[in-house]
Design a protein around this ligand. Structure first.
Ligand code: FAD
Length: 396
């Protein structure tokens, strides 16, 4: 859509083919209906897959450029700790204004699935859709990924189109998804939301992910929420036996916690009552069971070793990971078009001149927090710049 708007404004004849009856259906679901379209924070952990491609693309089209584009179509922004949303807090404002900004010269081919792209003699492409056929000089494949359950096909056919053209696809896995844990049905914790830290470790207890902290949702199958999404990619792309280590006291270390409790807990409180001032009762039960202390003994009677054990556990309960939610519940796809077959400077295919790729279909996936839409805009921008330059060179 971004490409269509810019290319058309630059004077090119554009046809936008969309398999859905409406444009930007997925955008409406982003950010819980609020559309977190970019983020001012960026570091080496913000993207995975071809990280250097992501860095190069984001370096040349930053969050400021995305905001400038939003402003240019009439979307005002609001930032919450660097996470950018439309001022209205409604994804529909973004989709409506993007659609209103499509120049009338753009041919909209809605409810048509692109099935085939064939290079023809005379340097043009023949695009076959489920309803009509089109001939064009250049094609931008921005078909997204497999994540998101509300799509007609629930499966971007961009991968199939690229494969037919001879491109390789790196393994596709759900990313930014929830994790299934062993034995969570016995914890009686479904529905609880709490602040916690989540790290993924292997059986040797070596951390394989950084620690993500935030609101974790405890569910009947395991854990969900933004911190879980952020570490989930390490699980979905690994064959190892892995554990989620949940820190139920993410903002305070063990010794501070013990000192605090020694100071504030009334000496007549039982262990269970004392800990319930700090933890949800379901979590208290897990800590007590794991520490092997009696719930009804007085907290003040616990040995220093028992207190140490309780808070050691609170700082990291190990849960065996038994699986993860699939593409239908995930927010983004890990893997995609093999970027060694793409020209980094233009995002043009190295196999076919005038075929370009943008967005999630490429082997780049971002963290939670606006990074995936930022990459979609920035990568589309890179294709567009290359196409406009070539178009101007051709016409001059
Ligand atoms: C529930 C959910 C919430 C999310 N929230 C956020 C968020 O807040 N912030 C963020 O940055 N990212 C978020 N994401 C991720 C983000 O939406 C995507 O990474 C981003 O939309 C990718 O953009 P894209 O243009 O590459 O693909 P898409 O936005 O997926 O667009 C691709 C379009 O191509 C169409 N299409 C596919 N195949 C064909 C075909 N063969 N023929 C015709 N049309 C076709 C599709 O119907 C679709 O409209 C979220 C994702 C989900 C599922």
């Amino acid at each position: 859509m971004y490409s269509a708007i810019r290319l058309s404004k630059a004077g090119l004849n554009v046809c936008l083919v969309e398999q859905e009856k409406e444009l930007l259906k997925k955008l409406l679901k982003t950010g819980n209906g609020r559309c977190n379209f970019t983020n001012s924070y960026y570091d080496d952990n913000s993207y995975r897959g071809d990280v250097s491609l992501a860095k190069s693309v984001i370096d040349s089209f930053s969050y400021k450029d995305t905001i400038e584009f939003m402003n240019s179509i009439g979307v005002m922004e609001v930032s919450k700790d660097g996470y950018y949303y439309p001022y209205t807090n409604k994804a529909s404002s973004v989709s409506e204004l993007m659609i209103k900004n499509i120049p009338s010269s753009v041919t909209l081919a809605l409810d048509m699935i692109v099935l085939d792209i064939n290079k023809m003699v005379g340097d043009y492409y023949h695009v076959t859709t489920s309803y009509k056929e089109f001939d064009c000089k250049r094609v931008v494949i921005a078909t997204g990924g497999k994540a998101g359950y509300f799509f007609k096909n629930n499966d971007s056919q961009g991968y199939g189109l690229a494969t037919k053209l001879g491109h390789n696809i790196t393994p596709l896995k759900p990313a930014l998804t929830s994790l299934k844990l062993r034995d969570t049905d016995i914890y009686d914790w479904a529905g609880i939301r709490l602040r916690a830290g989540v790290t993924i470790t292997n059986a040797k207890k070596d951390a394989v992910s950084y620690k993500a902290v935030g609101e974790v949702q405890l569910t009947d199958y395991g854990i969900s929420g933004i911190p879980v999404f952020e570490v989930s990619r390490y699980v979905t792309t690994s064959d190892e036996e892995l554990y989620a280590v949940v820190d139920f006291l993410p903002d305070i270390d063990k010794l501070e916690a013990i000192a605090l409790c020694n100071r504030i807990f009334n000496k007549d409180l039982t262990v269970v009552d004392a800990l319930s001032g700090l933890f949800n009762p379901a979590i208290t039960s897990i800590l007590i069971a794991n520490a092997g202390v009696m719930p009804n003994q007085l907290y003040s009677d616990l040995s220093p070793q028992d207190k140490d054990m309780i808070f050691e556990i609170a700082k990291g309960v190990f849960f065996k990971i038994t699986g993860f939610q699939g593409f239908d519940k995930a927010q983004v796809t890990a893997g995609g078009i093999d970027t060694t077959e793409i020209n980094l400077d233009t995002l043009e295919s190295k196999l076919y001149k005038d075929i370009y790729f943008a967005g999630e279909v490429l082997d780049v996936d971002g963290n939670c927090g606006g990074y995936n839409l930022q990459f979609a805009f920035a990568s589309a921008n890179r294709c567009v710049d290359a196409i406009i330059k070539e178009f101007n060179d051709d016409t001059n």
